[in-house]
Write a protein that binds this ligand. Structure first.
Ligand code: PRX
Length: 573
């Protein structure tokens, strides 16, 4: 699939590779080494200073169809107002402030407001249950949480268990339900707008965002980012999403996950682009209507959503005018060739796959407008990024095309995570022989295109969201009926993987559908709907290694119909 190169921001990929430098992005943003760089400022004040104050920054639509619009000047003032409010409470630069909200405007303003006052933003998915929330707030020693009335129940429940949390800020208090004494009401519409706020003088290495991500073992880890990440998020938005001044851009991701912040807040707004947000669940017709009504031109989504749209077929597409669309991108899971080919037939445009991670902070391996797409391939490294695949054991770069190894990236790109919060040992373990090892397997073909093979660990990717088996297994053990558990990913045609739990029950408990449902609900409430096992299989005992460890990989291999062979290779879990 070829496209006209001349029209895109990137132009020729080969030429860009030759000419590219991160300094170019710095210059475009007027950033000078060692000077102040603050994401909040760059996404609002700077856009106003460059003559775009009256331009629409955000078109927001709620689940009931209510629409709100905000200009870049509104964005500047609202983020100032939140920043000042947080400062007045006594919150200091460097403090962690959690955002625990649906995709309401306050989430977006709050994120930038926190950054403007020098705080570290910790966005968490609002569908998280109490335990998921508690683990992450405890780990980050979070001092404040900004939330909505509807999520207060979960927050109140865990409050007695968190020593550090001092401020519970309710952003949509309308007086209809009394708040508790310790809770603080904040209402953007009633607050005095702050016209001038002195942005905290953050510099390149000042921590900015803490995004929690799941691993195979242990608790979720907080990938710690810095304000300098802006350079990469800005330039990839320009070259990969191909954003231009007139675009209306829609990123479907929730800012509880990294796509929703790097490309649902920072990158596009630093480019002065109008963004749309739909605070409603997935439904094909709602999505198409949204694109039609707001004349979305650039759309960034995920394979699970694309496969769900494929399932709905062409009929709903024909009901809406989607001719505004001009560029489509995807992230989060392997984008199968069928989905690329289908989207070309359905929308007249292919989806361009992009590969990256919470840890990388910005896109790493992508397909670019103007570059030939090979459907099913993740594309090629972004200019300025050195990526390869290394041998699974020796970690030396593989020289031959087509051989499967681990995706590895040369450290030093601007948006690289700078640590895992409180967990430097794990952070360091990701760097081997001068490479950052992503934990994914892939091969590179003779033309330099990367082909994703799968993860190199047991982390489950369900609908583009990573869930850690360990976190679910630990939660399962808290259920009164569960003696042992092992959690694996099971193939799924739409979500790629869903969570499956193998459980051995305690004596006195009988396997039944009823107990399955109870356990599923238990996990949904404690952790999240994503972590909830879609399937539970009861076993008398779980397979174990000689040293007594549960052989999760053996169970996984069975689900995927893989040869089990010599089980000793499956033992090192
Ligand atoms: O396994 C890869 C998969 O998602 C992981 C990163 O997940 P997370 O940190 O939550 O960030 C997701 C959004 C940036 C990767 O290690 N992944 C991400 N993009 C792709 C992908 N797998 C295949 N193809 C992709 N394009």
């Amino acid at each position: 699939m070829e496209e006209d190169q001349g029209m895109s921001n990137m132009g020729s990929y080969e030429e860009k590779i030759e000419q590219f430098s991160w300094e170019q992005a710095e210059q475009e943003l007027g950033y000078q080494k060692d000077a102040m760089i603050n994401i909040g400022y760059y996404c609002s004040d700077r856009i106003c200073e460059t003559g775009r104050a009256a331009k629409l920054a955000l078109i927001w639509e709620g689940y009931s169809g209510e629409i709100k619009q905000y200009t870049f000047n509104d964005l500047r003032i609202h983020t100032n107002t939140i920043a000042r409010f947080l400062q007045n409470l006594g919150i200091q630069a460097g403090d962690r402030i959690c955002l625990f909200m649906d995709k309401i405007p306050e989430l977006y303003f709050g994120f930038l407001g926190i950054l403007k006052m020098g705080g570290i933003a910790q966005p968490l998915f609002s569908a998280f249950g109490g335990e998921s929330l508690l683990t992450r707030l405890e780990d980050a020693q979070t001092i404040a949480i900004m939330t909505q009335k509807k999520h207060l129940g979960k927050v109140r429940k865990i409050l007695p268990d968190i020593a550090f949390l001092k401020y519970v800020i309710v952003v949509d208090d309308d007086g209809s339900k009394p708040l508790q004494e310790s809770e603080i009401s904040f209402n953007l519409e009633k607050e005095n707008p702050v016209e001038n706020f002195e942005t905290f003088p953050t510099t390149a290495e000042t921590p900015s965002v803490l995004h929690y991500t799941s691993g195979t073992t242990g608790k979720p880890k907080g990938a710690q980012h810095v304000h300098y990440s802006l350079i990469a998020q800005y330039i990839t938005s320009k070259f990969v999403l191909d954003l231009n001044n007139d675009d209306i851009y829609w990123c479907t991701a929730d800012p509880g996950w990294v796509t929703g912040t790097s490309y649902g807040i920072i990158g596009p707004w630093a480019n002065g682009i109008t963004q749309c947000v739909l605070d409603a669940g997935f439904k094909a017709e709602t999505w198409y209507k949204f694109i039609q009504d707001h004349k979305v031109t650039v759309w960034y989504s995920a394979p699970t959503a694309i496969r769900s749209l494929m399932k709905e077929g062409l009929e709903p597409i024909q009901k809406y005018n989607l001719t505004s669309l001009r560029h489509l991108c995807s992230v989060g899971e392997p984008l199968n060739a069928e989905a690329v080919i289908w989207s070309e037939a359905a929308y007249g445009l292919p989806f361009y796959d992009t590969f990256w991670q919470t840890e990388t902070g910005s896109m790493m391996i992508c397909n670019y407008p103007g570059m030939k797409i090979k459907p099913g391939s993740m594309g090629k490294p972004f200019p300025g990024i050195t990526a390869t695949v290394v041998d699974l054991k020796s970690h030396e770069p593989l020289q031959k095309p087509g051989v499967v190894g681990l995706i590895a990236i040369k450290p030093g790109w601007p948006s690289m995570f700078r640590n895992y919060w409180n967990n430097e040992a794990t952070y360091k373990s990701k760097f081997i022989k001068g490479w950052y090892i992503c934990g994914d397997r892939a091969s590179i073909d003779e033309d330099g295109y990367f082909w994703f093979v799968g993860r190199d660990d047991d982390v489950i990717n369900t609908g583009g969201h990573l869930v850690g088996p360990f976190e679910i297994e630990s939660a399962l053990l808290e259920h009164e009926a569960v003696a042992e558990s092992a959690v694996v990913g099971k193939p799924d045609p739409v979500n790629m993987e869903v969570v499956k739990a193998f459980i051995a029950l305690k004596p006195g408990f009988e396997a039944s559908d009823m107990i399955k449902l109870q356990i599923m609900n238990f996990i949904r409430k404690r952790l999240s709907p994503l972590a909830m096992p879609q399937e539970i299989e009861f076993l008398d005992a779980l397979p174990k290694t000689r040293s007594g460890k549960i052989m999760r990989r053996l169970l996984r291999a069975k689900e995927w119909g893989e040869e089990i062979g010599d089980t000793s290779t499956l033992e090192n879990d």
